[in-house]
Design a protein around this ligand. Sequence first.
Ligand code: GFB
Length: 315
Amino acid sequence: MSGVIIGKDAKVYVAGHRGMVGSAIVRRLQSAGYNNLVLRSRDELDLTNQTDVRDFMQRECPDYIFLAAAKVGGIQANNVYRADFIYENLMIASNVIQAAYAAGINRLLFLGSSCIYPRDCPQPIREEYLLTSSLEPTNEPYAIAKIAGVKLCESFNRQYGTAYVCAMPTNLYGPNDNYDLESSHVLPALIRKVHEAKLRGDRQLTVWGSGTPRREFMYVDDMADACVFLMEANVSDGLFNVGTGSDITIRELAETIMEVVGFEGEIVFDASKPDGTPRKLMSSERLHSLGWKARTPLREGIERAYHEFVKNSGV
Ligand code: GFB
């Protein structure tokens, strides 16, 4: 079934609207003139509670759902809180997708992550490499939950004719990111570490791992743009990678952030911390062939994120 075209007065539910990705989707929808958004905080609706989610869907019956709610974190949080990552993400995906179907909602976009792909994938990573070999151990529980979400969408589409689409972003950063040093991803962690090192007048900066892993970083507003693009293009099925097409080493990332912040210390690598996947560069050809491309250059995105961080930290 292909989806009904979504107009500006359509009722659009953004699950996870307080998070980095969900809040960017809300900004993008509002700037495009969507005026009937359904938003619920965690206190108002617990997405791990099946009965509450079913009642909410039956009551609200949105025309389109962006499923951006998830328990997320960097390499260390994924590795330590393994049970929480698999349980919460499985519950959220199962509850929302099944309740959407049961309420007769035919259109939904499920958001995952590039870590669903095998650890030692050929690069750039194409969508068809899913489930071709083993996952990266540090985030296997999270990845398994996200793969389950992809398979839920695919299976409901096949059995019931729904139009549930999956978008797999590369490593994202931007407004409303998590800057907690224990649980954050590398880019916000390094923004904070470099900024604080500069304020203290440190001569060294500690970076986890070896600095050699390569990652592809995308500004979250580009991700939100891709999500709304998929909705408006009336795409009704399939898995779409969303990335910029270029990657850099963690050392190069640290050096770029040091330039942006204006800190000239020496980088020291902490080998007691894991490197994770050696390289994670996605092929976004499938999405490019529909006419979408990321716009924000990395340096410019880091400058924007840094200014936002300074403004919010009040230092
Ligand atoms: O961003 P990150 O935590 O996640 O780490 P992943 C990327 C790389 O940066 C790793 C190194 O090699 C880290 O060792 N790194 C260096 C640091 N310094 C730091 C630091 O101060 N903090 C952090 N966090 N890393 C996550 C997955 O993988 O990416 C999730 O665990 C998800 O499931 C997400 O897919 C996008 O890119 O390795």
